[in-house]
Design a protein around this ligand. Structure first.
Ligand code: DP6
Length: 347
């Protein structure tokens, strides 16, 4: 019997206002907004066939870059446990999951966002074929699945600017699934570039999931959630007017606050490295001296994302090559752009 096949490419995303802390389960403590990237993506193929249910909740094999990858099983098992009700056909399918990233795993380039969204889009496609969801509800359904896999993944189901989490100034915003950003956005932001500077490649010392957990009972948690709410409102203004200076100031403040929350957790921890700090300082000096609108942001890791409009591309590329590359692990960095989105690879 031939296997059925679904295949998706789904990008990573970079948050401008960060999701850090959960109310309960996979419900965010505050709304967040991100740019979906393009070149940093995961490609996942699920080959599947129907089988007689045998009492087991799911049956799958997982291959990463063509090699069987048992280390990835626990994360995927958790995903299937959390999504079991939405995917009622799970016990009666057998799947072979093949996945590969365009960037290093666990490098802090939000590989869980692209990985879990790519898998969710594949599962959504199977759900379509099984009649568990219709075309109209497809993206929303996949965003819910993605959220259950990893919160930030809920935003990767759409291209462009994406919001996840209920916010008073964003109609339709919701804690369960992400939505495309609904307000006016100045044209300059559609030209934005993101250069990811790989300061450290490898497993992080503290996972994001654990970090979110440390926001429970955190001395500054309530102040942070209130600030994030206000920062979302402020972001709406900057996206509307195209005020790159204040936009960038806010983006950098969000990044530093994220890491400040980590440092002031109990126990506190640091994910940035000396080279991260070297880069942040160099970026600020370069911006002031050269008057180039380039700003940094950070995920929950040591790597730095540089955000800038296409008009600054040449200057920033030269700056990265001449002054920042030396702080990157093996001199590695990735030039990416915003405006990508997930792509179905099967007909
Ligand atoms: C720092 O989405 O990885 O990237 O929901 O526990 O899987 P889980 O966490 P995850 O958190 C990442 C948060 C962040 C900021 C952001 O993307 O908003």
């Amino acid at each position: 019997m031939s296997m059925n096949k679904v295949s998706w490419q789904s990008p990573s995303n970079i948050a401008l206002v960060k999701y850090w802390g959960k109310k309960s389960g996979q419900i965010p403590a505050n709304a967040s907004i991100s740019f979906t990237l393009d070149s940093c993506h995961t490609r996942t193929t699920v080959e599947w066939e129907q089988i007689e249910a045998d009492g087991a909740p799911f049956h799958f094999e997982i291959f990463v870059d063509g090699e069987e990858a048992p280390d990835f099983r626990p994360k995927i098992e958790t995903f299937f446990q959390r999504t079991a009700e939405l995917l009622p056909f799970l016990p009666s399918v057998r799947m072979r999951i093949d996945t590969s990233n365009s960037f290093p795993h666990s490098s802090g380039i939000a590989s869980s966002a692209s990985g879990l969204s790519a898998l969710s889009l594949c599962m959504g496609d199977i759900a379509l074929q099984m009649g568990a969801v219709d075309e109209e509800g497809f993206e929303r359904f996949c965003s819910i699945l993605s959220r259950l896999g990893s919160g930030s993944a809920s935003r990767s189901v759409y291209g462009g600017l994406v919001v996840w989490g209920q916010h008073k100034d964003i109609p339709g915003s919701n804690d369960s699934f992400a939505i495309p950003y609904p307000h006016h956005v100045e044209h300059v932001f559609s030209t934005y570039r993101d250069t990811v500077l790989l300061v450290e490649v490898g497993q992080k010392s503290v996972s994001s999931t654990k970090g979110h957990g440390l926001m429970n009972g955190h001395a500054f948690a309530e102040a942070r959630f209130k600030q994030a709410e206000e920062n979302m409102s402020e972001m709406i203004q900057h996206l509307q007017t195209g005020d790159l200076h204040h936009f960038g100031e806010l983006v950098e403040a969000e990044a530093l606050t994220l890491h400040a929350m980590m440092m002031t957790s109990r126990p506190g921890y640091m994910l940035f490295r000396p080279n991260t700090i070297e880069i942040l300082e160099k970026v600020r000096t370069f911006r002031t001296e050269e008057k180039v609108p380039v700003h940094f942001t950070l995920d929950a890791g040591a790597n730095v994302h540089l955000l800038y409009p296409a008009s600054a591309e040449q200057k920033v590329h030269t700056f990265v090559e001449q002054e920042l590359k030396q702080y990157c692990k093996d001199g590695r960095y990735i030039h990416d752009s915003v405006g990508g989105g997930p792509k179905r690879l099967t007909e």
